[in-house]
Design a protein around this ligand. Structure first.
Ligand code: IMP
Length: 196
């Protein structure tokens, strides 16, 4: 039987690979570029749930096919959960995302802190799978390193050391990350709910 088409409302290749590594046996995961959706959906809401739903709804209205979107971020305990929903825009609130500047700003914010614990969170909103939107959450806990290490992944990966490991996500690479990441947990939950 042909696999159904599920749109993942992203053009981030790292996220696409993570989703495909978990869902490809069951569904064809297509990106925004592949469906010709080039609009920038503003993340104007105050929660991960609402921001994910904004993206999923916009793409579902455009394509009319089952679609899911994620909104993710890094929450640092000593910073009371910052940068949180502002993770992409942490160093540059009004301009484009600058991952290196974000990492440098985070190191500076933590320079006098002894508590370096943090977690990544993802909320997936899935639209078009049932009458109401479905939500799936995933988290991975760990700590923030003192220097950037590793070249794989994206975003805060060079600073994030997941619990149970000594290396950052950027050093560990996608095979490990795709098993334990916040997004992997949320994608597994989506898979289980939709495919039973
Ligand atoms: P997004 O809104 O889901 O694209 O995520 C917002 C920001 O959170 C990204 O620009 C990254 O800075 C950070 N982020 C989300 N997921 C990850 C990840 O898996 N690794 C590193 N950083 C991430």
């Amino acid at each position: 039987m042909d696999r159904p088409i599920w749109i993942f409302a992203t053009n981030n290749n790292h996220k696409l690979e993570e989703a495909r590594s978990i869902l490809a046996p069951f569904a064809q995961i297509v990106s925004l570029k592949e469906i010709g959706f080039f609009e920038e959906v503003e993340e104007t809401a105050n929660t991960f749930h609402e921001n994910a739903l904004l993206k999923a709804n916009a793409v579902f209205d455009f394509a009319g096919k089952p679609c899911f979107a994620d909104d993710s971020g890094l929450c640092v305990n000593a910073l009371l959960g910052a940068p949180g929903i502002f993770s992409a825009r942490y160093a540059n609130p009004t301009g484009p995302t600058d991952h290196l500047a974000n990492n440098q700003k985070l190191l500076k914010a933590l320079q006098n802190e002894t508590d370096r614990t943090a977690y990544f969170i993802t909320v997936i909103a899935a639209v078009g799978f049932s009458e109401e939107p479905l939500y799936f959450k995933g988290e991975v806990h760990g700590k923030i390193a003192h220097t950037l290490k590793g070249v794989q992944g994206f975003g805060y990966d060079p600073l994030f050391v997941p619990d149970g490991y000594e290396q950052t996500f950027a050093e560990l690479g996608e095979t490990v990350k795709n098993q334990i990441s916040h997004r992997a947990h949320a994608l597994q939950a989506l898979k289980q709910a939709i495919l039973h």
